[in-house]
Design a protein around this ligand. Structure first.
Ligand SMILES: Cc1cc2nc3c(=O)[nH]c(=O)nc-3n(C[C@H](O)[C@H](O)[C@H](O)COP(=O)(O)OP(=O)(O)OC[C@H]3O[C@@H](n4cnc5c(N)ncnc54)[C@H](O)[C@@H]3O)c2cc1C
Length: 393
């Protein structure tokens, strides 16, 4: 995947990640008997962040001045696809996708010097982990309807509310929490606040498990939690803008992860079709199986091309709104179809709990929900393509 990218720094980083996974991460997972659906011990995760940081990988996606490798978005896509296809359970922790530098991404530019020193530099060094908390039990796609409040009291804010389904929350040290700071404004003023998760009044609860079986999401409840006003991130009332500033690139950066997962399901299917014998020979000789494999290969090629093209546009500074939505919509649906075909080719093996294609199928289904459902992506695309017509009318 993405073999057309020839930046020597990228090539070295891809090789370093492969070495780290083969020589350290996979042996560690085997030694600990760690599976995708186990609760990952915090000290193991911290060890991965630290080691990845020592190897210069953890912050690889950041600009050079922030300790990263200055890779562009197309190059970051290549790293993410490699990691998703690596087969390592802890792969998302190598670049810190679940709580490290990519969680903060381009929002870093809004941090004050104190916030950089106390919160974000430790994230970059792999010493602290964070999460981004917008969704609430009664506020999903309609993100502006959140009801968590942060009320000023002298030099402090008092936070009350509940955030729902927050990735990385079970092992995060602090959260970037979207709060209403002025409910009388229209629309209500939403402000991002940095909140340490060990403060009195904070409760992180992991009472549900998504269909992927992974223990990486949780609710965060805030009851009269007091934080300094200096923890306002990005300016009062700017929370929604801040969240939206990361959304297009975020949508795009989920795509290589889906591609990597779907590619492993495709490769497993190719191999299985060659070795599984029925009616006196390998199932790969049946045209029905060949056509499924052909459709999978074509879909993966379309997805890789679309990601590469959209990433190149992002790197050129073009407006990504419609194209990032189209990319996330198309790739989440095609990659899920690839996983579905992989399950079909594997027969009863493919529906067996814990088999890699069965796990890929469940993981890929979830991508049609988070970071904007497929319907919300279609709304964004429709708005963008109809806007010029409506302007003329
Ligand atoms: C695994 C996972 C990880 C997540 N991680 C995070 C995280 O880290 N941080 C965070 O803040 N949130 C996170 N979320 C929440 C996620 O962003 C929301 O689930 C998502 O935005 C959809 O909201 P909802 O689930 O409440 O669905 P709803 O908004 O209730 O939607 C229900 C259905 O109605 C449809 N619908 C809603 N509005 C419209 C509309 N205007 N037009 C057409 N159809 C519509 C939807 O498409 C969907 O089919 C995560 C969710 C999951 C499942």
């Amino acid at each position: 995947m993405f073999d057309h990218l020839t930046n020597p720094t990228l090539i070295e980083t891809r090789a370093a990640i492969r070495r780290y996974i083969d020589e350290e991460l996979l042996p560690l997972e085997r030694e600990l008997g760690l599976g995708s659906e186990d609760v990952w011990p915090r000290d193991v995760l911290r060890g991965v962040w630290r080691r990845s940081s020592e190897l210069g990988l953890y912050a690889a996606c950041l600009p050079v001045q922030l300790g990263g490798k200055g890779l562009d978005i197309a190059e970051q896509c290549a790293l993410k696809a490699d990691l998703a296809a690596s087969g390592a359970v802890l792969a998302p922790h190598v670049l810190g996708d679940l709580g490290g530098p990519p969680r903060v991404g381009n929002m870093l530019k809004y941090a004050t010097p104190e916030q950089l020193a106390n919160y974000f530099q430790p994230v970059i060094r792999g010493e602290k982990s964070t999460c981004f908390a917008l969704t609430e039990p009664h506020s999903g796609s309609d993100a502006q309807s959140i009801s968590t409040t942060a009320v000023a009291d002298g030099d402090e804010l008092v936070v009350n509310g509940r955030k729902h389904y927050i990735s990385g929350a079970p092992f995060a040290d602090f959260a970037i929490v979207m709060c209403v700071t002025d409910a009388t404004a229209s629309p209500p003023a939403i402000t991002a606040v940095l909140i340490d998760l060990d403060l009195p009044g904070v409760r992180v609860s992991t009472e549900y498990v998504p269909m992927s079986g992974q223990h990486i999401d949780a609710d965060i409840e805030f009851t009269n939690v007091r934080v300094p006003r200096a923890n306002i991130f990005g300016g009062e009332g700017n929370g929604f803008k801040l969240g939206m500033s990361r959304i297009n690139v975020n949508r795009l950066l989920h795509c290589p992860t889906m591609l990597g997962l779907a590619t492993t399901a495709y490769q497993a299917s190719l191999e299985y079709a060659g070795k599984r014998r029925q009616f006196g020979g390998p199932i790969a000789r049946f045209q029905a199986i060949q056509h499924m494999l052909a459709d999978m290969a074509a879909a993966l090629w379309a997805c890789e091309s679309m990601i590469a093209q959209t990433a190149a546009l992002a790197d050129s500074g073009a407006d990504l709104r419609m194209k990032a939505a189209a990319c996330k919509l198309y790739i989440s649906e095609r990659c899920f179809e690839v996983a579905d075909k992989a399950v079909q080719i594997h027969g009863n093996v493919g529906v067996t709990r814990g088999h890699p294609v069965e796990q890929a199928f469940r993981k890929l289904r979830m991508f049609r929900i988070f970071t904007g459902t497929s319907e919300i992506q279609r709304n964004t695309i429709a708005r963008a393509i109809l806007e010029p017509m409506q302007a003329q009318a």
